[in-house]
Design a protein around this ligand. Sequence first.
Ligand code: GTP
Ligand code: MG
Length: 340
Amino acid sequence: MNVIKDNNLLNNLKNLFSSINYKAYPSFIDDLFSLIKSLQESHKKSFVFLLVGRTGVGKSSTINSLMGEPICNIGDYDPTTIDVQSYEHEINGIKFTIIDTPGLCDNIPEKGNDQKYIEHIRNKVKQIDSLCFVTRLDEARVSADEMRGIEVISEAFTQDVWKYAVIIFTRANKADNYVIDLQERTKRIQKEIAKYTGDEVASTIPSVAVDNKSQTTPDGKRWLEELYTQVFKKMSDRGAVPFFLATVTRINKTVKKDKNRSKKNISDNSEQNDTRETEINLNGQQTEEIKSKLFSTVPILEKICGSLGSIFGGSVGKTIGETIGGVIGYGLDFIFSLFS
Ligand SMILES: Nc1nc2c(ncn2[C@@H]2O[C@H](COP(=O)(O)OP(=O)(O)OP(=O)(O)O)[C@@H](O)[C@H]2O)c(=O)[nH]1
Ligand SMILES: [Mg+2]
């Protein structure tokens, strides 16, 4: 990301848009300037994932899928103690932290000293922007250890932490009856969480079925985009824009690459696999949900984007985004392309 001094940035913007008649939107340049500055500020901020779930359910695999990089080790931990582990990472210049809670939902002898663990986790974790409660879809019950995990998290961080939560079911392709299992398991976990939050909060916690060994769930739909959308929707306002900027370079890219590939060599399967695994191809509804979250966290964006058509006409959002994107860095081109 280029670091541009305020005056230079303002002058650059004025030059870029020198041919435009601003009568319909006199404060356009000022607003754009505010937006860019706010996105630049977000670049300096970080976000924090809290992972909760039993050993081996697929917490690390799911975070790797979501973030598009092999950042967490898979299948290498055999918990014998209850602990809190935090890992720092950086993508696209955005720092973020993954906090794992090994042992918390596992049947290990040390448990029973919850108050000590609650103090420990409170001391170690100062901020949570997204809570991923991960469990397997191919298991019928909420285990006693998962119940305890839910209780401890609620006590350690107050019930408010569930506002940022998504229930993630792994191994979707191993479920006996995908649709019914998903419905029933979601209800049961929400009910367990409702003991601490009440129904009103618990019933709004979304669930997503994933399968880290496959790109689709048994209904044939891709799950990565749904996971991305639900996590983004529930993310704290503070974490949402940094998360978006860390991941935006993966959004809606496959279409472009597929076009290129079809011209060159359509049978290049290895590249196709790489591309499909990490790239996020939002459908119409998911795009609307992402847009509405962006609008609620960055209100100036709604004002600018709502006016783009009336000022510039037609589908020029993307061009504008690319032009400004070249000046201030990635992210804006996609944001504006949502509105063209
Ligand atoms: N079939 C299938 N296997 C999965 C899925 N998710 C993870 N696995 C496998 O399950 C094993 C455990 O996955 P991890 O991601 O390490 O699970 P974890 O919850 O992080 O485990 P710990 O860190 O040990 O607590 C690995 O062998 C994964 O490849 C899934 O959705 N479907
Ligand atoms: Mg793990």
